[in-house]
Design a protein. Structure first.
Length: 459
């Protein structure tokens, strides 16, 4: 028994191959997840136009809420699980507790997903107005969001369950779950939006059906784990396990909630300052909605790397193999830097060609979009640092550091800048808030990780 545990590949295999094994499926899974929104945006943009694109942006905070819940219990559960399995190399009692982390994480995702669905159905119109929907966008946003909300429990289980499946050592199955849902979503989008002319409702139904398929596959896989046996008793609510899960999942969850807060303030600011500019209310909201989802494709690579890093770091930190922890972080950061430079180049060189993929628009529409790419996303080449570093602290069981880093870009820097800079600069101030926040968050990440890796156990 002890011989088998010592030979666990997370603690023995070469770091580059191990990171590739976990990061590549994670990247694919994140890309596929991002494609849910991108595919809807493409078909809606081609069929309905600017107002349809604006409607999907208005409902986006609810999708972010789902991801926040999924990461709270998905990353929190997987980090707790892997740390327990790592400690279980020398302390058998720790290994026995690992299934309870997985079971309680899955339970909470199902309960909160159902609750969010019900709240959205009951308070739909007030929520959309609170998110900043212009009057002309509301008729498109209401039917789209009403149907999309039906898939919230499955979206949360598919996303959060994917982290648990990855923690079980099967990252390729996480990828397959997301890929199956995305393929179905794409096919049904073409059928419902263009073939049957169902418009926003058709796009929403295609998304929900894809999410149901992904979530159902994740549930089945979690019922057939390879490293543990997940039984009914592990699904019973235990407060001590839930508290531990939430403490380690707080950083990525906080990051998503911060994004939601920024999204709401951003939309309201774009609506207000857009009405005072030549762009009008809807053009900035539509452009930013599309560009945000395009930027998510880039972030899918970065977050995929950080998620691939998590089980490696958690296990080796639990097993006190600190040199492997340091080596894994530095390798993940180097991969993130290379990808960030690539996407920075694309965003700066061909922004109009990118935005043109999502339908036609006025010249004002393209002017705003190009400016937003050039200014708001200027520090894309630094944006790998904050998510990888935040997840690193969570993975080593130091949630306070992870939470702080997750707050730096969105809440500590970006949110105040979105409010303050437009006062003297108008709508351009919103654009310049982005690069300032990105730069400051990158500096904070470098300082905190540098201080952590200089500790003697990493040498």
């Amino acid at each position: 028994m002890n011989t088998e545990r010592t030979a666990n590949p997370l603690g023995e295999a070469k770091i580059p191959s191990l990171l590739g094994k976990f990061a590549v499926p994670s990247i694919v899974a994140m890309l596929v997840s991002s494609l849910y929104n991108i595919v809807d945006q493409f078909f809606i943009g081609q069929k309905i136009g600017e107002l349809g694109n604006a409607a999907t942006n208005i409902s986006f905070p609810l999708s972010i809420s789902c991801i926040a819940i999924a990461l709270l219990f998905g990353i929190g559960g997987s980090s707790s699980f892997n740390i327990a399995m790592g400690k279980g190399q020398t302390i058998p009692e720790e290994r026995e507790q690992a299934p309870y982390y997985m079971g309680n994480a899955l339970l909470m995702m199902g309960v909160l997903g159902t609750l969010l669905c019900l709240v959205t159905q009951v308070f739909l119109k007030p929520l959309l107005l609170f998110f900043g929907s212009p009057d002309q966008v509301l008729p498109y946003a209401i039917p789209y969001t009403r149907y999309v909300a039906l898939g919230f429990p499955f979206l949360i289980i598919a996303t959060g369950g994917g982290h648990l499946i990855r923690a079980d050592g099967r990252p390729q199955f996480t990828m397959l779950c997301n890929l199956a849902g995305a393929v179905v979503n794409t096919i049904l989008d073409a059928l419902f939006v263009f073939g049957l002319d169902w418009g926003m409702t058709g796009a929403a139904l295609a998304t929900v059906i894809g999410q149901v398929i992904s979530g159902s596959m994740a549930l089945w896989l979690l019922g057939h784990c390879q490293s543990i046996s997940l039984r009914k008793k592990h699904l019973a609510f235990r407060s001590r396990y839930v508290k531990r899960i939430m403490s380690l999942g707080a950083a990525p969850c906080t990051n998503q909630l911060s994004m939601m807060a920024v999204q709401i303030v951003m939309t309201k600011s774009l609506k207000y300052y857009g009405s005072l500019s030549s762009y009008g209310e809807s053009v900035p909201i539509a452009c930013v909605g599309i560009i945000t989802k395009i930027n998510q494709l880039y972030m899918a690579f970065i977050i995929g790397i950080s998620q691939g890093l998590q089980p490696i770091v958690s296990f080796n930190y639990g097993a006190k193999k600190y040199c492997r922890v340091k080596k894994a972080y530095l390798l993940a950061a180097s991969w993130g830097l290379g990808l960030s430079v690539l996407f920075f180049s694309l965003f700066q060189l061909i922004p109009r060609q990118i935005i043109s993929l999502f339908g036609e628009g006025s010249e004002m529409y393209f002017t705003f979009a190009v400016n937003y790419f050039h200014i708001y996303l200027f520090f894309t080449f630094l944006n790998f640092l904050q998510p990888i570093s935040s997840n690193f602290f969570t993975a080593i069981g130091k949630p306070k550091g992870g939470i702080f880093l997750s707050l730096t870009r969105q809440i500590i820097f970006l949110l105040p800048l979105i409010i303050l800079l437009p006062l003297p600069m108008g709508i351009d101030g919103i654009m310049y808030a982005g690069p300032v926040a990105d730069c400051m968050a990158g500096i904070c990440s470098m300082i905190m990780v540098g201080l952590e890796l200089r500790k003697k156990q990493y040498r």
